[in-house]
Write a protein that binds this ligand. Sequence first.
Ligand SMILES: C[S@@+](CC[C@H](N)C(=O)[O-])C[C@H]1O[C@@H](n2cnc3c(N)ncnc32)[C@H](O)[C@@H]1O
Length: 438
Amino acid sequence: MDARTLAATVLARVWEDGAYASVALDAELTRHPNLDRRDAALATELMYGVLRTAGHLERSIAKHATGDRYRKKPLVRAHLLMAAYSIQFLERVPPFAAVSEAVSAVKRAAGAQVAGFANAVLRKVAGEAEKRGRGGLEAAIAASPPGWLRAALEEALGSEDEARAFLLAAPFPPANLCVRAGRSRDEVIERLRLALSTRDGEASSRVEIAAGRESPRCIVVRGAGDPEELPGVGLDFHIQEEGAQLLALAVGARPGERILDACAGRGGKTRLLAEEVAPDGAVDAADRHPQKLARIVSPTVRDRFPIDWTVGVGGLERRYERVLVDAPCTGTGTLRRRPEIAERLGAGDPERMAVVQLAIASRAASLLAPGGRLVYAVCSVLRPECEGVVEALAAQGLEPCPFDSEVGARLAERGTSFRLTPQHHGTDGYFVASLRRA
Ligand SMILES: C[S@@+](CC[C@H](N)C(=O)[O-])C[C@H]1O[C@@H](n2cnc3c(N)ncnc32)[C@H](O)[C@@H]1O
């Protein structure tokens, strides 16, 4: 197995089976433990590079190809795009080598005729790149998502520059840890440094450990390998992306309160909420998928309710001081890590998701005690799923209000909602809003 074959296998799975690129890549790398580190790095670079610049690469191929039949064969598409990417952006790979490797791979995957087509097209792409000079990766990334998505990002983030910075954010964020309630972050950082120096010896001097930028519970770790293997995991801290921590902290849960995590999934945020309400409070977790709820660690929750909020409230009669709706969404806030979603989404998806989000949030909010608070959040930054849903909730009688938490009030600058973006907060993109039931 070489780097290109592995990357092509992963890309084909992403396009054919709708696999998450990061998951499919990890699975392939695990299946091939003998792959040289440099090859693994090249495969990773090729796979993410192709996904982030796919729109641009397809256009550079389309100029020289009649029709797009190659797109129907995922392996052929993968080798063509990887070669176009190498030719245009990878200084260390000579263009002729990229062309000939791709042509051989296409021949193996689809026969001599398609290989002839690949050869003709890629030679023209290489000729053009030679005339123009290599480079322009950032422009290619910024121009790759479909036009509607670029326009929607610009509208949501306020300018072309902001949308560009959002798209250019590094695709490999460092590991984020969430320090457990009651522990001092500084002490956990010290313990982690000490434990790593015992575990890794001299290599630990290359590890970077720092306090997170925005979440008071976050520790950011670079260069220490698999975060699940870090000493202290589960005891001193859990693995949790900093934006997800902020979203849960924005709820402002207090000891003794009753909280509903209405879209709890596997309980990523439920755990943090449960820590906040302990020892006398209680968090209930609901989700449409009981199999997700079953994976929540039991001391974290009082009860689990499989509820599809678009249908009803599942007979639930309890009332809550706070409800968190971490709603399903287009996921555009995670584009830096999941560039493959750009081509899966259609222009109508944000509006379509907004209908679902509104149904979920308004039903879940009906379980608020009088004066109770709703925090509505999505890992999307697009307006229909963000301000659009909040406006519709307000029209139904929920009142947008300042956050009842230090984190929320700070990030919203005393307003009633905030966006997180990789370029400003180092997190995935999120929208979070605070509302109150009269
Ligand atoms: C963004 S995820 C929540 C992630 C979770 N809060 C966490 O921190 O891990 C959205 C969740 O909403 C659930 N969901 C989607 N549609 C739903 C519906 N109609 N009713 C209830 N839950 C729904 C999905 O199963 C998914 O777990």
